[in-house]
Design a protein around this ligand. Structure first.
Ligand code: PGA
Length: 251
């Protein structure tokens, strides 16, 4: 049985004070909630504050990005051990905004994924097609290439420690959600790719989240699809009530 996982990707939002207020509200509601794994991914500047606030709760901490090197002359970057020091358990890697605005390729995502795993962080590896690619009938090709490239060289044990997030680029922040059937189709495809790379048991055990305009109104239907194991939530994660409703929709 795969435990559902709902993660809030706060992106470049929330001052430290705002982050504290949000997480305190989440805590009041979700501190002892165990049915679903709940992760919050604040910006780097709020990690320390949020880390202290979620300590001894069932809310987990994640970061939104990291560098693949262990340390060194990489101005402006953050490495895995720095995230571990703040008790991060997860790190989002290869989000489409990183791919689109910061030139991240599957090869870069792969290096970061390996570095995260080597530091005992669970990577949330994002894949997804653009609208143009979908309209050109290239969903299968694009997703297969991204999954194979991003997870290349991982052991079965490592992929089991990872989470995959399917986030169609055209659905992110646009209010256009993939229908539950469209999302399910790609999640099943990702499991097929994993079966080819590893085996059927591994493929059935890896958690695959859906992301892209998930809201309280559509969460239940998406999360009830057989291959959808929760969500990666952007905009709706900035509002405590919406996020809590989405988390509870995953039960
Ligand atoms: P959204 O973002 O929920 O605002 O569409 C999802 C994401 O980018 O992770």
């Amino acid at each position: 049985m795969r435990k559902k996982i709902v993660a809030g990707n706060w992106k470049m939002n929330m001052t430290t004070a705002e982050a504290a207020a949000l997480v305190n509200t989440l805590k009041a509601d979700l501190a002892n909630f165990r049915e679903v794994e709940v992760v919050v991914c604040p910006p780097f500047t709020a990690l320390s504050t949020v880390s202290e606030l979620v300590h001894n709760t069932h809310i987990d901490l994640g970061a939104q990005n990291m560098h693949w090197e262990k340390n060194g002359a990489f101005t402006g970057e953050i490495c895995a051990s720095m995230l571990r020091e703040l008790y991060c358990h997860y790190v989002i890697l290869g989000h489409s905004e990183r791919r689109q605005y910061f030139g991240e390729t599957d090869a870069i995502v792969n290096r970061k994924t390996k570095a995260a795993l080597a530091a005992s962080l669970h990577p949330i590896v994002c894949v997804g097609e653009t609208l143009q690619e979908r309209e050109a009938g290239k969903v299968e090709e694009v997703i297969t290439t991204q999954v194979k490239g991003s997870l290349a060289g991982l052991s079965a044990k490592e992929v089991l420690e990872s989470v995959i997030a399917y986030e169609p680029v055209w659905a992110i922040g646009t209010g256009k959600t993939a229908t539950s059937d469209q999302a399910q189709e790609v999640h099943a495809l990702i499991r097929n790719v994993l079966t080819g790379m590893f085996d059927a048991t591994v493929a059935q055990s890896v958690r695959i989240q859906y992301g892209g305009s998930v809201k309280p109104a559509n969460a239940k239907e998406l999360f009830s699809m057989p291959d959808i194991d929760g969500g990666l939530i952007g905009g709706a994660a900035l509002d405590a009530k919406s996020f809590i409703d989405i988390v509870r929709a995953a039960v």
